[in-house]
Design a protein around this ligand. Sequence first.
Ligand SMILES: Nc1ncnc2c1ncn2[C@@H]1O[C@H](COP(=O)(O)OP(=O)(O)OP(=O)(O)O)[C@@H](O)[C@H]1O
Length: 473
Amino acid sequence: MPLVNVIRGERIEPAPFNIRTPYIKVPLWLLLAGWTVKASVRLVVLAVRHWHVSGPALLLGWLYLRYGWAGPVGLVGGVVALAVGWCLGHRPTFERFAWYPVLSRWRRWSYRRQWLPAMATAKLSVSFDGQTVVPVLKRVRCNGVADELTVRMVTGQIPDDFAKVSERLAHTFGARASRVSAGSRPDLVTVTLLRGDPLTETVAPFPVVPVPDFTALPLARREDGETYTLRLFGTQVLVVGATDAGKGSVIWSLLQSLAGGIASGLVRVWAFDPKGGMELGAGLPLFARFACEDFKAMADMLEEAVATMRERTARLRGKTRQHVPTVADPLYVIVIDELAALTAYLTDRQTKDRIKAALGVLLTQGRAVGVHVVACLQDPRKEVLPFRDLFPTRIGLRLTEEAHVDLTLGEGARDRGALCDRIPRSAPGVAYVVLDGDPTPMRVRFSYLDDDAITELAHDYGRLRAVPNGGVA
Ligand SMILES: Nc1ncnc2c1ncn2[C@@H]1O[C@H](COP(=O)(O)OP(=O)(O)OP(=O)(O)O)[C@@H](O)[C@H]1O
């Protein structure tokens, strides 16, 4: 039997009148003196612990005693004027360094008030050794749309215990939705309570940078207010979405983020638009190669990409495990608007087989040598796309069936919160993605480039003159 039982978590002490205390006769003056000392010590501890409240209160009190009402009123007025000036002058730094820290403290206080009943009703409190133990709320961090709660779990709990009751937690704390992910240590869990929805508005395109960061290309806004960035290095990307789900906006967001590299020659985009060039035709100057009608030309282009990839693989073998793009040796991005048109709906069997064989090779061997495929698809079933599993990065826009969610984002993705089938038609460009190192899917909205923005992008950054059906002028 252990000498001492230890469990992490906050104990709820039993009420004092439940304990039978021995009866000792104490004189009243001693009792009063004892209470006074105890209360004074408590007051000092409280004042030190809540210095951010007691400090300003003491200062205001001192100013009042020294200068009368003019003192505290002058100080408060000065602070308010400074805050308003800062906010008007530079809102982002004001929010980051002044407003959100204050809001976080306030919200922490309000969460703590509801914490015990919330944990108990969500069945996250634990009975141990005759006592009730609850998880500890360690930290609250706010931004414009979400509160991030860092919670220390009770011994024996895992983040999944919180994930299972995330909807309950959202309702309890009056949030729109809640996401749960593992914390920075094994005993911590992060509960993100989403208040506003930053995805109701169309997202403006992100600024073009001269040298794109291929490990973090900004494409979309996340529902927690951050920017979703794509790590293109080392991956192949599959975008799945029903008709009008916004697949085009994923492609154009990517092209916008690569535009600086396209202009300098660091990136070469080969575009395939099997639906006759309706989607990608407007960006012709951005593409080194473009094919839109002739499927044989598309097969030729893909085989050429395989040959380029093989030549590069032979050259880099034994020298590096990740190709670094240069103008002489650029990054190839193969963009395919409707992949099923090439792999499933094509009637010419021989061309279809050539396309499938070339794509299979590119998908399995292209990643390390800088040949990346970004393909869009409406129907993720195996009959339509046999090599779905060769795409490590998947993006799930609005889907028509519940079953398509797991086919797109992986087994169990829908259970973990990827509700692609519930994305409304009125929210094109909204999708679920799986972030690196976090199994909980994140809801995002891709930036939207209208026809004028696409024409401008092609005009400003397009340096090439691709001609339809595979050629380059
Ligand atoms: N990210 C976005 N933000 C706002 N509106 C968008 C976004 N993406 C698309 N839309 C709107 O939705 C419409 C359909 O988008 P889009 O053509 O990209 O869908 P799609 O999935 O490519 O459709 P299809 O399967 O027919 O090719 C667009 O005309 C545009 O008005």
